[in-house]
Design a protein around this ligand. Structure first.
Ligand SMILES: Cc1ncc(COP(=O)(O)O)c(C=O)c1O
Length: 365
């Protein structure tokens, strides 16, 4: 059996009529950037997430950079974040000239306020940029309480959690600004790069300005901005897939719950936080110490493709090791044992059983 890590083509097949029609329509109207297509897309994302407003962007990385700029983050500022995430989280902070400060993670792979050390309340960070890693949010109430006390703004890196919920509310309207990625492999994926920021009308207006050259109107420029606009072809692809998303997430969650119940005696399975509707962007196990690479190879020889999210924490990478942190024990330990298994709504029962049996065989011999 050959089991790839992702199956994007099936998503296309399921939405083929809508995608083909929408793309053809864009080409026919030569409607490639800005305008009604984008307005409609942004309204749909606001409606789905429950946010007051939405500004689409060229990517999730663009979304993070524009969100930081909209909150006025610059060279003078420190931004708290995590080292266990995709590189873009920290890259965005450095791009606006601010200093990232890394905080350790908890059992759910989230920024852990309990692990903040040497905090000077007279000198709080400007922003906490936390990550909904693997598809679930941290304890938002706890973060909000802390942020309110010290007048800190909150940005949610929700690149991996479109469609997730916190205490029943969709991700997108929980904190000051929320940043999404529609990278092809994400929960809701384009056929190239795309992203969005959601939040209040006032802040989203600023995001809109930064993503479009700092423009106030067609020929009036207010700020130094950039070109971080969505491509309309991507907007219509994402829009077509949005109709199917809840159903895809529902099936994916069933597969993940099945994995967890059948693998829990062999590996450490992901924990769902009590407040969370987890969308499992990726299904990540922690293997017993020293077995990860051998298991990966074993599965590869059985035709099962796996991935590692993420093997090197950001604070250990060349461009970012100049920035500060105190004690990142869990961040540095977990990355040695993580392995992501194939997990998508089209993964058949036979394929799931084959993956589960292969892992059991590996640890039983
Ligand atoms: C946690 C996280 N943040 C940011 C990004 C950046 O998104 P993009 O690839 O759309 O720029 C990604 C995904 O790639 C991500 O996983």
């Amino acid at each position: 059996m050959k089991i790839p890590f992702t199956d994007l083509y099936s998503q296309y097949e399921e939405c083929k009529t809508d995608i083909d029609t929408a793309i053809h329509d864009i080409i026919k109207r030569s409607d490639y950037l800005t305008g009604k297509t984008v307005d409609k897309f942004e309204n749909l994302i606001s409606k789905y997430t429950g946010a007051e407003d939405c500004a689409s962007t060229g990517s999730g990385t663009d979304a993070l950079v524009c969100a930081l700029k909209a909150l006025g983050v610059s060279e003078a500022d420190t931004v708290w974040t995590v080292g266990h995430t995709y590189i873009s989280t920290t890259e965005a902070i450095a791009t606006v000239g601010a200093r990232p400060f890394f905080i350790d993670i908890d059992q759910y792979y989230h920024l852990d306020l309990e692990k903040v050390q040497d905090f000077n309340p007279d000198c709080p960070p400007a922003v906490i940029l936390f990550v909904d890693l693997y598809g679930q949010t941290p304890n938002i109430d706890k973060l909000k309480h802390f942020a309110k006390k010290y007048k800190i703004k909150l940005i949610e890196d929700a690149a991996q959690s479109f469609g997730s919920k916190y205490k029943g509310s969709k991700v997108g309207s929980l904190v000051d600004l929320t940043c999404f990625s529609f990278n092809p492999v994400k929960n809701l994926g384009a056929m190239g790069d795309a992203g969005a920021v959601t939040g209040s009308k006032k802040l989203i207006e600023k995001v809109r300005m930064f993503r479009d050259h700092g423009r106030k109107s067609r020929l009036e420029y207010e700020k130094i901005g950039t070109n971080a606009r969505i491509d309309n072809l991507q907007a219509v692809v994402v829009q077509a897939k949005l109709k199917k998303l809840d159903q895809w997430i529902k099936i994916k969650r069933q597969i993940c719950h099945r994995y967890s119940s059948l693998l829990k005696n062999y590996v450490k399975v992901p924990k769902e936080a009590p407040w969370s509707y987890h969308t499992y962007y990726v299904y990540v196990i922690q293997t017993p110490k020293g077995t990860r690479d051998r298991l990966k190879e074993f599965l590869k020889n059985k035709g099962i493709e796996t991935k590692i999210h993420y093997s090197i924490p950001t604070h250990k990478t060349k461009p970012y090791k100049q920035y500060s942190y105190v004690n990142l024990k869990l961040t540095e330990n977990v990355c040695k044992n993580l392995l992501s298994l194939p997990c998508y709504h089209t993964l058949s029962m036979d394929e799931q059983n084959y993956i589960i049996k292969s892992i059991k065989d590996f640890y039983s011999n």
